[in-house]
Ligand binder design. Structure first.
Ligand SMILES: [Zn+2]
Ligand SMILES: [Zn+2]
Length: 636
């Protein structure tokens, strides 16, 4: 309640400001008109017309609309006169306005028609119009009140010319050669878009026929034209708006606008972008343009919400025989997984900022199943592996890599767990029929293997409620107090339960990179969650890879206590590499410290993963010690 009231007040203030600007602007406009008219021919007739328009004369206004060749709306002062009248549309009735000038004009929509004609014959007047129609826009964009000069009838009469005016002001005159439409100029677009509600109402007008039976019933014949013109404005803006300055914010505003006015339907959650994706699957009309718009909104303006993700996956899942569409859906999903607009990413010099939230939602919506479906359906397609641009094979690999890179992040980890039944069934059902399938199945298995809750000491699989976290650091998970005690006496002791200090290298069990915990609370909390998820699977990975570790150590001809096992969780499937400690550490100091602090009974393991904190990709590395004998015991 409070916020909507406040917004209303703001809008009113903005309208008032627009009025005061108008009065100044228009009075100077009028004097300009008079000055210039004293020098040229046809002066007196032009003066007479202005005088009649100012008096609200119906006949003269209509006659002017029939166009007088060579007549200047701007120079004559007609434009200012009309704008002044229109600025009274919020506070006064049309009858009161007419009475104040003794006019007999039949409807205020004639003034709108004059503005529409003026934009046609005299494009130079567009800026003056754009800068001085605040109150008009306030009235016309309110599609719940639908009041213009305090009358619903006038709003009905005015809406078609109003929508026409909006298109005309912002769009440059077409060359006639082709259908390419351009923005008139950015100054005009800026002037128009400063008005609250213009952008969102224009988006919503495009969907009146489906979602606003109330308006369709009221307007009858006018609706198709309004819808057509409103869609055209939005298309014009999405495809042509620059990314500099406020461009991106505006694109985002368009893409995130719910397709139905919240005042009419507070429950409408469908954003413009989601609706556009939905439409691209069901229509062949204007496909190229619609796809271009979707790409701009998702890639450049980061318009990604749950609806968008669901629709893209839905699209991909439904492209049963259509390789090209499936590929487009796949590429859009790849964009969806990343956070922040393309332009922001490249400016930050980082193209790998994965969004835990987006990936998690996509997994829940069926991302993994969709990718497996692609391999099933299109694995034999001629372009599957080789394409001029990005072939589907690479898109799928990139998607799985992306999932893998955030699989230990809180939301994605939960999403994978929630899908575990499905994925395991998928893995059981899928028979390996070709290399592509094998590659993907290995990736999925690796992702699944990273996910689970286990006791850090005994590797027992734990349910959510069984997990007991160390009450010192809150980062180690145990099945019981017995296991916690055991681990405390054999490794996770006083020293390493504390935060990292550089003196602890070599004897530290826990995070050793980044060296400092982020000062930002949210980022620190995020990091902690990743640490917990990562700590839980370390012992399992160690045991699962027993044979590999023993084989590699044997190959190095090095005793286990001199080996460092490096798990790289950033690759998918993950890689395990055993190195001699003398080559594993880069500095002599580190080597010496390791020699001092290591225990002959333990094997040192390093786990490296990624984290995405505050829009930056960072490495996360954790060190753990495990007794050699565990390894031998398991491998037998
Ligand atoms: Zn345990
Ligand atoms: Zn602890």
């Amino acid at each position: 309640m409070g916020s909507s009231k406040k917004k209303g007040q703001q809008r009113k203030a903005a309208a008032k400001k627009a009025i005061s600007v108008t009065t100044e602007g228009s009075s100077s406009g009028v004097s300009g008109g008079i000055n210039s008219s004293s020098s040229g021919g046809g002066v007196s007739s032009s003066n007479k017309i202005v005088a009649k328009i100012r008096r609200g004369n119906n006949y003269a206004t209509k006659k002017l609309l029939a166009t007088t060749p060579g007549f200047s709306y701007e120079q004559s002062g007609v434009l200012s006169a009309v704008l002044e009248f229109l600025n009274r549309c919020e506070d006064e009735t049309f009858d009161v306005v007419m009475a104040s000038v003794g006019g007999d004009l039949k409807t205020p929509s004639l003034w709108l028609n004059i503005l529409v004609t003026a934009t046609f014959v005299e494009p130079s007047c567009k800026l003056q119009i754009a800068e001085n129609i605040g109150p008009l826009i306030s009235c016309m964009v309110n599609d719940t009140k639908r009041i213009f000069f305090k009358s619903n009838k006038h709003w009905r009469e005015g809406i078609v010319p109003f929508v026409n005016l909006v298109v005309n002001v912002m769009e440059s005159k077409s060359s006639g050669q082709n259908d390419i439409r351009m923005i008139e100029n950015m100054q005009i677009v800026d002037a128009m878009l400063q008005y609250d509600g213009l952008l969102s109402s224009t988006v919503q007008r495009g969907f009146w026929s489906e979602y606003r039976p109330d308006i369709v019933k009221e307007l009858r014949t006018g609706t198709p034209l309004i819808i057509f013109l409103s869609k055209r404005v939005i298309e014009l803006l999405v495809l042509n708006i620059g990314m500099k300055g406020e461009g991106r914010t505006r694109l985002f505003e368009i893409g995130a606008t719910p397709i139905v006015n919240k005042e009419y339907d507070p429950n409408c959650m469908t954003s413009y972008t989601a609706e556009l994706v939905h439409r691209v699957q069901i229509t062949e009309n204007q496909r190229h343009n619609v796809l271009g718009m979707i790409q701009r909104l998702i890639r450049d303006a980061d318009c990604v919400d749950k609806g968008v993700i669901t629709e893209v996956i839905d699209w991909g899942a439904n492209c049963v025989f259509n390789y090209d569409d499936a590929l487009k859906a796949g590429m859009l999903l790849l964009e969806v997984m990343y956070q922040g607009a393309d332009i922001v990413r490249s400016a930050a010099g980082n193209s790998q900022v994965l969004s835990d939230t987006h990936v998690a939602f996509a997994i829940r919506a069926g991302l993994i199943e969709m990718c497996m479906g692609f391999i099933e359906r299109f694995g034999e397609h001629e372009s599957f592996r080789y394409d001029n641009e990005l072939p589907m094979h690479d898109v799928i690999i990139c998607i799985f890599h992306g999932i893998n890179n955030v699989s230990l992040h809180n939301k994605t980890a939960k999403a994978i767990r929630s899908k575990m039944g499905n994925i395991e069934a998928l893995l059981r059902l899928e028979e390996v029929t070709n290399n592509d399938k094998e590659e993907s199945l290995l990736q999925i298995k690796s992702i699944v293997n990273l996910n689970g809750s286990y006791c850090c000491r005994c590797n027992k699989s734990l349910t959510k409620t069984e997990v007991k976290l160390c009450n010192g650091c809150g980062r180690m998970s145990y099945c019981s107090t017995a296991c916690q005690k055991d681990d405390w006496l054999n490794g996770h002791n006083d020293t390493c339960c504390k935060s990292f200090t550089s003196e602890l290298i070599g004897c530290f069990q826990g995070i050793y990179w980044p060296e400092e915990v982020p000062s930002d609370e949210r980022a620190a909390a995020k990091l902690k969650k990743i640490e917990i998820n990562m700590n839980m699977i370390q012992l399992k990975l160690f045991l699962d890879n027993s044979e590999t570790i023993l084989t590699q150590a044997k190959g190095l001809d090095t005793p286990l206590c001199d080996c460092i096992v490096k798990f790289d969780l950033r690759t998918c499937p993950l890689t395990v590499k055993v190195e001699k400690y003398t080559t594993a550490f880069s500095s002599q100091d580190d080597i010496e410290e390791y020699e001092e602090s290591r225990s002959k009974d333990n094997i040192t393991c390093g786990y490296t993963s990624n984290m995405y904190i505050r829009g930056v990709e960072e490495e996360l590395a954790i060190q753990r010690f495990f007794p050699h004998k565990w390894l031998k015991k398991q491998s037998k």
